[in-house]
Each structure stands twice: as structure tokens, then as C-alpha cells.
Design a protein around this ligand. Structure first.
Ligand SMILES: Cc1cc2nc3c(=O)[nH]c(=O)nc-3n(C[C@H](O)[C@H](O)[C@H](O)COP(=O)(O)O)c2cc1C
Length: 344
């Protein structure tokens, strides 16, 4: 596997709009996330309003950071990628989004829409490869829906065009983020590919990671929703992939301490108001999975009006809750419009 991807020891922190800010990626580095991707950034936005995109493209020192760009026109995506690298020369790679299912992205021909034209996917990757001096990757899905599972065509075009690695989220676009990831649809695929395959979808435990890689033959897993409110997942996955014993799930006190650390880092990046909006739901995730945590979760999401109140509730929960955290279900996705409304 390529050196830059190898640095992640089999783990890539996945891009998530509204979540994977610079402070979040830096926080996750503390748990062993050594390769991370920014949330998706609009290529036309980078070209026309670069100053508005600066906050999205910041790299984290000590972490291999990739910037994810989305767009549908090869020249614009390539130019956007080049602008991102001008804004942040420490970016280590460029990832092209070919999997976002949001209507406002697909209507522009970007994101998942690109899967309906695999040749265009290849043209975009080639233009980006030609215009930046760093590795280029693409992130796609199985297909648009169950009747058009064409990830092989899309990936073939990307690889022929010079992609250094590809990520496949094993859901179709019409599944969005619901239902189960279908790693079986990609069985053994990683062994056929001349470049590293990163598998994404439902990585919530160390066992999920090992199993996803075993089924698909991927060289790495992407940790996305499973890491939100459960940063120790990265440590556990790293240990499992290294063949060691998976450390036990964290205690409420550990979760509370980590949550407060993330709140502090988020506040330092965004200020109180934006950090509060971001951290209410995330704080609740830190507390989920523990018995009797419901009231604390309701308090942070609905009643706390300041970050200090969130900190107090979280720390109280850390002292009063019992047991070990177990992976939670029912992860709800916030509206994708978040990406344009976040202030930096
Ligand atoms: C709120 C949210 C935002 C996301 N934003 C992006 C994004 O900007 N770019 C991208 O390629 N994938 C994005 N994803 C997809 C994730 O990176 C990942 O592929 C997907 O959630 C499947 O993995 P999981 O089931 O382990 O979470 C997003 C997912 C969620 C839930």
C-alpha cells in the first residue's frame, strides 16, 4: 500500500459534512486516526470564493489530511483541487466525491450523479491528477440503486485515469445512509484492484472492521459515523488490525472526559454559538449506549443553552452513569444543507 495511506495502519477517518472539521480530525488523531479526509468542499466554491472555503480545507499537523472536493466539470474540479492546495499546502491528497446522495449536490451533476457516467468520472480524476502534485483518490458507492450496481466500471475508469486509491461505500445512492452496508456485493474486490481499496459502511466495532476487510479484500476501512461520540473505536480497530487484543469499551467517565476535550477544541475553532450547535448532538452520542443515559442525552440536546451547561451535564453523567458503552444504533443524519450554513 502507498506510504501515505500506510500511515493510517488500515484506518481512514471518513469525510462527514458538518462533523469532520479540523478540530474533530485533530481530536481523532489523539486516538490514532492518522489519515483523515475533510468534509466535502465544493469545487466551484473553491474556484469562485476561495476565502469562504479556507476553514474547510485545514490540515492537521501530524495527520495525513486529504481534501475532498465535489463538482461535475473536470476543469472546475481540477481547478478547485489546485486552489485547495494553494490555501493549504500541507494537504497530502485530494479525494473526489462520487457518492454524495444529497439532492442539491446530485442536481448539479456531482456526487452520486457521476456514477451514471463512469467515463466522466475518469475524466475528472485525470484532470485532477494532471493539475495537482499529490495523490488523488475517489470515493464512490455500489451504484445509484439496486438495478445499477456499477462500481466496477466507475472504479476502473478512475484507476485508468490515475487514481491512487478508491473508497467504496457499500450502499447504493438511493439507500442514502439507511439500511445495511452490503460488503458482500464487493466480495474479494480489493484483491482484483491494482490500487488500494478502502471499504466504507457500518464500521461501528473492531469486529465490523475486520469483517469488512475480510469480505472485500480491502486494504483499509473508513471510520465515519461509528467514530462520532465513540473515538476509542479508532484505537480498538487499530489494535484489532494489528492482531492484538481489542481494548474494552470506555467507561462513562472516560467518555465524559473525551467529550469535554472535543467541546473545548470545537469552541476554540468555531466559537461558542457554532460549537454549541455542533456539539449538542455529538455530546449525546458520547453518552449513548450506557444504561439510564437518556435523561442526560435529552438535557444536552434540548435543554442546555450554553457550552458550559453541556460540559456540566456531560461530566455529571460521567460520574453517575454505570457500565460500559455498547455501540448505538439509530444514528440520524442531519440535513446536508449544513455544509453551506456553517460559519467559520
Ligand atoms: C452526516 C454525514 C455526512 C457525510 N458527509 C460526507 C462527505 O462530505 N463526503 C463523503 O464522501 N461522504 C460523506 N458521508 C459518508 C460517510 O463518509 C460514510 O461513507 C458513510 O456514512 C458510510 O459509513 P458508516 O455507515 O460507517 O457511517 C457522510 C455521512 C454522514 C452520515
Amino acid at each position: 500500500m502507498s506510504d501515505w495511506l500506510d500511515a493510517g495502519r488500515g484506518i481512514v477517518l471518513g469525510p462527514m459534512s458538518g462533523y469532520t472539521s479540523r478540530s474533530y480530525r485533530e481530536f481523532m488523531l489523539g486516538f490514532g486516526a492518522r489519515v483523515a479526509v475533510t468534509e466535502m468542499v465544493s469545487a466551484p466554491g473553491l474556484v469562485h470564493n476561495p476565502e469562504e472555503s479556507t476553514g474547510y480545507v485545514r490540515a492537521v499537523p501530524g495527520q495525513v489530511t486529504g481534501v475532498q472536493v465535489f463538482g461535475s466539470d473536470p476543469d472546475t474540479v481540477a481547478e478547485g483541487a489546485a486552489v485547495a492546495l494553494e490555501l493549504e499546502p500541507d494537504l497530502a491528497f485530494v479525494d473526489v466525491n462520487m457518492g454524495c446522495p444529497a439532492g442539491k449536490v446530485m442536481r448539479t451533476g456531482a456526487g452520486s450523479s457521476l456514477m451514471s457516467d463512469p467515463e466522466l468520472c475518469g475524466r475528472i480524476v485525470r484532470r485532477v491528477v494532471d493539475s495537482v502534485g499529490v495523490p488523488v483518490t475517489a470515493k464512490t458507492r455500489l451504484g445509484l440503486d439496486a438495478h445499477t450496481v456499477n462500481f466496477r466500471r466507475v472504479v476502473d475508469e478512475c484507476v485508468r485515469a490515475g487514481a491512487d486509491a478508491v473508497t467504496v461505500h457499500t450502499r447504493t445512492a438511493d439507500q442514502r445512509y439507511a439500511g445495511c452496508a452490503r460488503h458482500g456485493d464487493m466480495a474479494g474486490y480489493g484483491e482484483e484492484l491494482p490500487v488500494p481499496l478502502i471499504v466504507s459502511g457500518d464500521i461501528r466495532t473492531a469486529e465490523d472492521a475486520v469483517e469488512a476487510m475480510r469480505i472485500t479484500g480491502a486494504g483499509a476501512v473508513m471510520v465515519s459515523r461509528g467514530g462520532v461520540g465513540n473515538p476509542f473505536l479508532v484505537t480498538q480497530v487499530a489494535e484489532a488490525l494489528a492482531g492484538g487484543e481489542v481494548p474494552p469499551d470506555p467507561t462513562p467517565a472516560q467518555q465524559a472526559e473525551w467529550c469535554v476535550r472535543l467541546i473545548d477544541m470545537t469552541e476554540a475553532e468555531f466559537g461558542e454559538e457554532v460549537a454549541l450547535a455542533k456539539m449538542r448532538g455529538v455530546a449525546a452520542k458520547f453518552l449513548s449506549g450506557f444504561r439510564y443515559s437518556r435523561e442526560y442525552r435529552r438535557a444536552v440536546t434540548m435543554r442546555c443553552g450554553t457550552l458550559d451547561e453541556v460540559r456540566q451535564v456531560v461530566l455529571r453523567a460521567g460520574g453517575e452513569l454505570e457500565g460500559r458503552r455498547s455501540p448505538c444504533d439509530g444514528w440520524e443524519r442531519p440535513p446536508i444543507t449544513d455544509i453551506s450554513t456553517h460559519r467559520r
